[in-house]
Structures are given as C-alpha cells and as structure tokens.
Design a protein around this ligand. Structure first.
Ligand code: ADP
Length: 359
C-alpha cells in the first residue's frame, strides 16, 4: 500500500454536467447544474437551507441519480450509473454515523477490513490515520467515550482510510459547539491540504466555507449562483444574492430622481453614482465600508442609535436614512449612542443591486 502522502498522485477532477434532480414527489431540488472540481481541490457548496446542496452532493456520491441527461464524471470515467459502493467515495456526515460497539481503531479500519486488506497492513494504516487525526491513545475507546470533535475526527479517518477517489463532507462540523467548531475547522483545513483528495464540502456556514475551501460554489433555489475564490466573491460578488449571502450588506434604494440625476443619495447627501451602477434601482455597501467620522459637507449625517461591542470590532446602528444602516468600526472607535456622525463611502465600495426575481 502506498504511503499517505502519495495520494496527491491519485487526485481526480470531478465534473458534473447538466445534472438536475426532481424527486418522485415532484420537488425540483436541483435545476440543470454543471460544476468542475479540479484534482485535489476543496470546493464548498454553500447556501441557505433547502437550496439543493445535499442533493448535489448525493448525486456525486451515487446516493441519488440525476434526471435524464445529467452526467457525473470522476476523471475520465463516467460514474453516473455507478452505485455509491463502486464510486470510491469517502463520506462524512453531520452525525458521525460511527459504529457504537466498535473501538476507534475498528471504526477507522472498517473499510479496510471489508476490502480484506491483510491485518498487518491494516494495522499500519490505522496507526497512520490515528496519528493523522491526532487520536493517539484513544484507539481502544468506543465512540460514546469520545467528545464530539474526537468522534468527527474518527469519522474523517474512517472516510479517508480507503483512499477514496473523492471525499464528500456533508455539514461535518454543524453538530459541534462554536469553540470546537472553530478548532476542528482549522484542523480539517490543514488535513485536507495534506491529503490532497478532491473534496466537496456542504455547509451553510460561510466562515467554515471560507476557512476550509479553495473555492466556493454558492447556491440558491436549486442553482449555483456563483463559483470562485472566497475572497474574490466577497470583494466583488457581482450578483446581489452573493453580496447578501456572503457577509452582510446595507441596501440603499435609488429613487427615480436619484437615478435621473445619476446619484446615490443618503440622508440628504448626493454623491455621484459610479457609471457601472447607473441603472441600478439600489446599491449595496458592506458595514465595514461605511466610514464613520466627523460630520462634514461631504458626509451623510446620521445618528447612532445602538452600539454593539463584538470583541474585535464594534457594530453601530445608524438612523437618519430611509432605513437603519449598520456600520462596523474599529473596537477603539470613540463613537457612542446619541452621537451624530458623518458617513462617507469610497465610491469603489458600492456594489450593484438588481431585482433578479425573474431569473
Ligand atoms: P440543502 O442541502 O441545501 O438544505 P436539499 O438538497 O436537502 O437542500 O433539499 C433541496 C430541496 O429538495 C428542498 O426543498 C428539500 O425539501 C427537497 N428534498 C430533499 N430531499 C428530498 C426527497 N427525498 N424527496 C422530496 N424532496 C426532497
């Protein structure tokens, strides 16, 4: 058996072409969808509950088949008609699905045993995996004796023990508490980098997706709305759903007069609207892009109604515009509730909003 770090050679691209899914009750869970995942890449499927993430993951796993015309390929192989046990996938679910009566070592080695890997090799491989997921000393414990984080590490080791061609993670950290989630998130990111197995990772948690994945595919209502590097999508979402889903935004409507004048108006202040956004009925701006300072002729004049200390930063609720706005400022900001402040926006920070209900 090859050493653990040989797995990079075996990484395969995954391609999904025109895969739609209609469940027997008529639910159209996925509209025709295409997606390419590069060899060794970690791609997060991110989106609100019910948008079709799990359905897409299950189509790739072989737990569901796509509507006619859809195709799933692992490398050169068309796996569309193959059942899960012949696809060579490893899966980790939100609820660990470990065998409760088996020890950690037996759980991790289960897939190797049913593949009749000789015992000496099996032991060696389980030993490597125990080390990889830092469970040394716990080999003989049963799942009930472990913490949630430890159980999820066992599930991960079990999934990768068989050297899967593709690793599929379905909300793997959702059941953990916040602190543990953050810790395991870092571990998982690091482990996936080392393993270099092509991975799809379903999550509704944007921090988790940003921390773990190389690229994000953001889904809404059975469709992928955008695919890309997390930072690029955050900075330049292009689509209002992406801007609103990834991070937080304020929406400023532009009435007919503002549109006719080519302006963005806020609390009586008129700023020129960037040419690319002239046709937009509203513009978006992130809380951290509202620059809160002294009032002045170039600033919108707003009052602070609420100040929320969030540790590394402070959130301010601002009144005086069409609707309350949220700004985020440095934690050392001297601004207090009741203050009147001047808000300025770097024109490059405005983002487009358009009504895409028809799409
Ligand atoms: P997500 O993982 O993003 O929460 P899912 O893929 O689980 O979304 O679900 C997408 C849609 O398909 C939802 O409306 C869900 O209710 C529906 N759905 C999921 N599984 C089934 C099923 N087996 N039968 C019918 N509808 C389903």
């Amino acid at each position: 058996m090859a050493a653990m770090n040989d797995s990079a050679d075996a990484s395969l691209p995954v391609s999904v072409t025109d895969c739609a899914k209609t469940y027997p009750d008529g639910t159209r869970a996925l509209r025709p969808t295409s997606l390419q995942v590069a060899p060794g890449e970690v791609l997060a499927l991110l989106g609100p509950s019910g948008c079709g993430k799990t359905t897409l993951l299950r189509l790739i796993a072989g737990l569901e088949s796509p509507d006619a015309g859809g195709q799933v390929r692992f490398g050169d192989e068309d796996v569309t008609a193959l059942p899960i046990e012949r696809r060579g996938v490893g899966m980790v679910f939100q609820h660990y699905a470990l065998f409760p009566q088996m020890t950690v070592a037996a759980n991790i080695g289960y897939g190797l045993r049913i593949r009749q890997v000789p015992e000496a090799q099996r032991r060696q491989r389980v030993g490597e995996l125990v080390e990889l997921v830092r469970l040394q000393g716990l080999e003989h414990k049963r799942p009930a004796e472990l913490s949630g984080g430890q159980r999820q590490r066992v599930a991960l080791a079990r999934a990768v023990a068989i050297r899967p061609r593709v690793l599929l993670l379905d909300e793997p950290l959702t059941a953990l508490d916040a602190k543990l989630k953050e810790q395991l998130r870092e571990e998982l990111a690091e482990l996936l980098r080392r393993l270099r197995i092509t991975t799809l990772h379903v999550t509704h948690d944007q921090q988790e997706a940003l921390a773990i994945a190389d690229r994000l595919a953001i889904m809404r209502a059975g469709q992928i709305v955008g695919v890309g590097d997390g930072e690029a999508l955050y900075r330049d979402p292009g689509h209002p759903f992406l801007a609103e889903f990834l991070g937080r935004v304020n929406r400023l409507p532009r009435d007919a007069a503002a549109q006719a004048a080519g302006e963005i108006r806020l609390a009586g202040r008129h700023w020129p609207c960037p040419p690319a956004l002239q046709g937009c009925a509203a513009v978006l701006v992130r809380p951290e892009d509202l620059r809160v300072g002294e009032p002045g002729p170039d600033a919108a004049r707003l009052s602070v109604t609420r100040r929320v200390f969030l540790g590394e930063r402070v959130q301010l609720h601002l009144a005086g515009a069409h609707a309350p706005l949220i700004a985020e400022v440095d934690r050392d900001s001297p601004v207090r509730v009741g203050d009147t402040v001047g808000v300025r926006v770097d024109p490059a920070r405005w983002m487009p909003w358009f009504d895409d209900a028809a799409s």
